[in-house]
Design a protein around this ligand. Structure first.
Ligand SMILES: *[C@@H]1O[C@H](CO)[C@@H](O)[C@H](O)[C@H]1NC(C)=O
Length: 328
């Protein structure tokens, strides 16, 4: 009994102290600077996010969740702002799909238990889209970097800014959102995409396209879609080909503040896709099957920029709803 009382008061003390400390650490770690009035507001949002993190993690320690949350760069944003600023996948559920479909070449029994294309050199370091809804461009370069690597044995980082500035005709809207398949279409029509080094990222929609033909880093001949919602096919494509572009529903506080473990979210929709990311493999951890997913929110988000998302849980967060990859 006595021990319980002590434990409770200790927790209360440390949580109270925690906010000031966590706030100071957060501000310095992410170089946050606010005007006075804004700081009051941001601190209050941070405090609410911190409560959410602490409650969730206590439950996770208790075995009620398979993943943990943590303070990151986005901990001063309310979820509505986070969705508006950070997510940019423009999914049209009514559009009919006329793309060619992937047909698996490997039988069920040949699918490995674990795949991680990072180990094979197919994946560039984690990038950061900043406050611009250009996730779709990062997802596009991610799968093309992988396929280009397999073809040339050279890992070339490709230019998201090229896609952001130049693929409006294909239906993309720069920092206001876009689709990977529309970006593949642009790259095909344009006969290539520039390298990252020659056309660096600015996190803003440029007024004009600055594509330079001599700086092309990769090309593609076409692209294919994974049959809609089929996680088995996505797994085979991921095992057989390399990193695959996927769209997900990421519009949740749990995703915003994800730190580690296998992510599951009951509120997640398989249809309301709002974020483009890259599947770089899959596996199983403590009996939880996962997709290994590369995000574009820098290396301080999640597990060094990556998230493990639940696999074979009824297409959770729609990860297999709009998956595709380029043919090089
Ligand atoms: C790499 O390219 C070769 C040659 O086109 C192909 O046979 C192989 O399946 C590809 N491997 C991956 C992992 O994409």
């Amino acid at each position: 009994m006595l021990r319980t009382v002590i434990a409770v008061s200790l927790v209360a003390c440390c949580l109270a102290l925690g906010l000031e400390e966590e706030w100071a650490t957060f501000k310095s770690q992410y170089s946050k600077q606010y005007l006075m009035a804004e700081e009051v507001y941001r601190k209050q949002v941070f405090s609410q996010n911190l409560d959410y993190i602490n409650i969730h993690n206590a439950e996770a320690d208790n075995g009620e969740h398979t993943f943990w949350l943590g303070v990151n760069e986005y901990a001063d944003m309310p979820i509505e702002e986070f969705k508006r600023v950070m997510l940019g996948y423009r999914f049209d559920a009514t559009a009919t799909n006329t793309n060619e479909l992937y047909v698996p070449q490997i039988p069920d029994e040949a699918v490995p238990k674990k795949v991680d294309w990072r180990e094979k050199g197919y994946v560039t370091p984690v990038k950061n889209q900043g406050q611009c809804g250009s996730c779709w461009a990062f997802s596009t370069t991610g799968s093309l970097e992988g396929q280009h690597f397999n073809k040339t044995k050279k890992l070339v980082s490709l230019s998201e800014q090229n896609l952001v500035d130049c693929s409006k005709k294909e239906g993309n809207m720069g920092c206001m959102g876009g689709l990977m398949d529309q970006a593949f279409k642009y790259i095909k029509k344009n006969h290539g995409i520039d390298t990252e080094a020659s056309y660096p990222y600015k996190a803003k929609t440029g007024r004009k396209c600055e594509f330079k033909q001599p700086e092309v880093g990769a090309t593609l001949t076409s692209w294919k879609d994974i049959p809609k919602g089929n996680e088995k096919d996505l797994q085979k494509a991921s095992a057989e080909l390399g990193p695959i572009s996927v769209a997900i529903d990421a519009g949740h506080q749990s995703f915003q503040l994800y730190k580690r473990g296998v992510y599951t979210e009951r509120e997640c929709s398989p249809k309301k896709l709002d974020h483009g990311v890259l599947v770089v493999g899959f596996g199983e951890e403590v009996a939880e099957k996962y997709w290994l997913v590369k995000n574009s929110w820098g290396a301080t988000w999640g597990q060094e920029g990556y998230i493990m998302m639940a696999r074979d849980k009824e297409n959770m967060c729609g990860i297999a709803t709009q998956a595709s990859y380029p043919i090089v």
